[in-house]
Ligand binder design. Structure first.
Ligand code: PMT
Length: 218
């Protein structure tokens, strides 16, 4: 890949899971390690972009030169992404944002007095969908983590969230998706054109996504 081909580009990248609290000691989350989002942030920075990384809790070390905002919940991520949206030319949402959160957060640790308890979950706001409504000339790149009907579901998300492209990964495939250092992706553009990629490291996947983003930014 060419050297500083992303110079001048202001890019927001989101990474990691969100944590949705149940009580002071418990939360709901998912398997995202942050590796995919961090790889994108790192490669974009190396290629000259100004990167703002907004990340849920991960075990990953901060990357030198990348401004990083740490959040926990979907609502905190939404707030930070919206707050910085004006500055950005493009947003890449690699974060695995929780779709639901507990309706009430117990102020005290829940006791194990009952044999069964109910936890009511309510829908979280959809960050990309909100951005899709106010995007103007900005470019929006989503991910689709699917376990079935990969292309069909990914294409629906492009329309629903008004995206410029979506990176679809079938998270049931070996070497793809959560936690591992590799991924197997397809990039789908607004016209529905699908480009399939072989198994690659998340750094290589990041470069492939950034190449395509650069094309649509031009
Ligand atoms: O972190 P790793 O361990 O490296 O794993 C990488 C990954 C599997 C998390 C990553 O490749 C990936 O697929 N990220 C998106 C996961 C996801 O939440 O997919 P989704 O299909 O549920 O969501 C679709 C898109 O909408 C995503 O870009 C998501 O960030 C966004 N979204 C989802 C929910 C929500 N409330 N707001 C959103 O903006």
């Amino acid at each position: 890949t060419q050297h500083k081909d992303l110079a001048g580009v202001h890019l927001i990248v989101t990474a990691g899971p969100t944590q949705e609290p149940i009580d002071p000691v418990r939360y709901i989350t998912n398997r995202s390690s942050g590796k995919m989002g961090y790889s994108i942030a790192e490669r974009a920075h190396k290629r000259g972009a100004e990167v703002l990384l907004i990340t849920g809790p991960t075990g990953l070390p901060a990357v030198d030169g990348i401004k990083t905002i740490n959040i926990k919940t979907c609502e905190e991520m939404l707030e930070q992404v919206r707050h910085n949206f004006e500055w950005a030319d493009a947003v890449i949402m690699a974060a695995a944002v929780a779709d639901y959160r507990p309706e009430y957060v117990s102020e005290q640790k829940i006791k194990k007095d009952d044999d069964a308890i109910m936890l009511k979950l309510v829908k979280n706001p959809d960050i990309l969908e909100q951005l899709g409504k106010i995007k103007g000339n900005k470019k929006l790149v989503g991910f689709a983590a699917e376990t079935e009907a990969l292309y069909e579901n990914a294409k629906k998300k492009i329309d629903k969230k008004n995206l410029d492209m979506i990176v679809a990964n079938d998270v049931t495939e070996k070497g793809a998706g959560f936690e591992v250092d590799t991924n197997i992706i397809s990039i789908i553009d607004r016209d529905g054109k699908v480009t399939k990629y072989p198994l690659m490291s998340k750094m290589q996947v990041a470069d492939a996504i950034l190449d395509r983003m650069l094309d649509i930014l031009k």
